[in-house]
Each structure stands twice: as structure tokens, then as C-alpha cells.
Design a binder for this molecule. Structure first.
Ligand SMILES: [Zn+2]
Length: 267
């Protein structure tokens, strides 16, 4: 426990993310290698020549007798949030999925932004505000891929927040299904501090959990999660790692959150 409590904010992020960056080409190369090794299929749905956007797919194991569920996991939509693609890579390498999980994993939705260390794409569009009336080619390609997919039982979007005091998450659960949020926080707090602020990003929060009371139809600038909750899924979480902490801590926080969500969902 003492080790954990020693994890402190680095104090680097002044006005934005100023921590380590990643070689996104190398990370995505490793992602493809790990996916191939573990029998995932890969579909490219957008290609600029320099970078491609791709979706990985894992079928539930044939021997599984349990009921199956479809899980959607995406990350890398903001290029100044390197822990997401690294967590996707590690999750693939660890290959520790519930046997009855069908998983759709999008390891990086905005690769060019990682070469620029920017939130937006190459022309400054924040893709995560572009899902209602999409302007960016990347968003359009992603939505048209999503339209071809079945509905998901659960979605998880992996992000980072440059100014938060610890990990937190947003949970969308309009049908009041069994919440996964508390279990996720319980798991993450073993590896990363939780942001205990009562107000995070202008929304009431409790023990690192924000349950936004938002009507997507009243907002013009939809993040990916709004598209997912209105079109593709009835339950999901957006995970936010604190990017002013050491990178390995943030990667482990996202992984612990994903694994706890899956473990509780497939209980
Ligand atoms: Zn983000």
C-alpha cells in the first residue's frame, strides 16, 4: 500500500499534456503483431497512406458454454493521451479475455495526432466532438464502420485527462443495468490514485464516478460515447487516466479498469 500512496502528480502538465510521447507507428506495429499471434482478425476502414485506422475482432471461444456478449473498446482518439494505445497493446499481449467475450478493439482512432502530440486531428478537429454531424474523414469512416457492426452489450472508451488529480470515469447506464463503475474504481485504486473531487469537468462526481445526466439530443457536439449510447449500446464507460502521473501508472489504471469491467460483466 505504501508504494501506491507514494505515486504523486508529476507537476509537468501546465496548460496541457507535457509528459512523455509515444512512437505510435511502433506501438501499432506491436498491436498488429500481438493481435495476429492471438488469432484476432483485423479490418482497415480508413487509410491515408501514412496511417490507417483499423478494428480488431476476437470471436468468443467455441468451447465456451456461457452466454456470449459483445464488448467494444476504443482508444487513441486524442493524440495527447498516450496511455490508451499502450493499454490496448498490453491488453492484447496479456490476452486475458473472458472466454465468452466477443471483443471489438479499436487501438487508435487518431494516429496522426500522436505524431503531433495534439488533441485534434491534422487539421485541428477534435474527433471526440464530431460524432453528431461529422466533418472529419476519420469520424465518417469510423461511423460507417460502426454502422456495419452489430449492437454492443458494453462499450469502453479509454482516455486521459491532463489536469485531473487521479483516475475517474463516466458511466452511461440509461436502463439502470448492474453498474460496473464501483468495481472498476475498486480495482483501479490499487494501481493509481482516484480523483475524489466532488466536481470534475463541471459535473458532480462521487468517488471518481460521474453519471452524466445528459440528453445527447440537446448537445450538438457529440463525443464518440454519445454516438455509442444512442446508436450502438445501452451501457458503457469512458475511462479517464490522470496524465500528470507516470505513464506506466496510467497504462495500468486503464488496464485494471477494463479488466474489472469485463470481470464484473461476465460474472
Ligand atoms: Zn480524451
Amino acid at each position: 500500500m505504501r508504494e501506491i500512496l507514494r505515486v504523486q502528480k508529476l507537476g509537468k502538465n501546465l496548460g496541457g499534456y507535457l509528459g512523455e510521447t509515444i512512437d505510435i507507428r511502433a506501438v501499432l506495429r506491436d498491436v498488429e503483431i500481438a493481435a495476429q499471434q492471438h488469432g484476432w482478425s483485423s479490418e482497415t476502414f480508413y487509410d491515408t497512406g501514412e496511417f490507417k485506422l483499423f478494428a480488431l475482432h476476437r470471436k468468443p471461444e467455441a468451447r465456451s458454454q456461457k452466454s456470449e456478449a459483445r464488448i467494444y473498446i476504443s482508444t487513441g482518439i486524442h493524440g495527447d493521451e498516450p496511455a490508451g494505445p499502450l493499454a490496448a497493446l498490453k491488453l492484447l499481449q496479456e490476452n486475458n479475455w473472458p472466454e465468452n467475450a466477443e471483443v471489438f478493439l479499436l487501438p487508435c482512432l487518431n494516429p496522426i495526432a500522436f505524431t503531433l502530440n495534439t488533441r485534434g486531428n491534422s487539421i485541428g478537429i477534435d474527433l471526440n466532438r464530431d460524432y453528431r454531424n461529422p466533418k472529419a474523414a476519420e469520424t465518417r469512416a469510423h461511423i460507417s464502420w460502426l454502422e456495419r457492426q452489430p449492437k454492443f452489450d458494453l462499450y469502453l472508451c479509454l482516455h486521459e485527462d491532463w489536469e485531473s488529480h487521479g483516475f475517474y470515469l463516466y458511466e452511461q447506464n440509461p436502463d439502470s443495468k448492474i453498474s460496473l463503475a464501483e468495481k472498476m474504481i475498486e480495482a483501479v485504486q490499487k494501481v493509481c490514485p482516484i480523483d475524489l473531487s466532488e466536481n470534475i469537468e463541471g459535473r458532480p462526481a462521487q468517488n471518481g464516478i460521474i453519471r452524466p445526466n445528459i440528453l445527447p439530443l440537446e448537445r450538438p457536439d457529440w463525443p464518440e460515447a454519445f454516438y455509442l449510447i444512442t446508436q450502438k449500446s445501452r451501457q458503457g464507460c469512458t475511462l479517464e487516466a490522470p496524465s500528470d502521473f507516470p505513464l506506466p501508472v496510467r497504462v495500468n489504471a486503464l488496464i485494471a479498469g477494463v479488466n474489472a469491467a469485463l470481470a464484473s460483466y461476465f460474472l
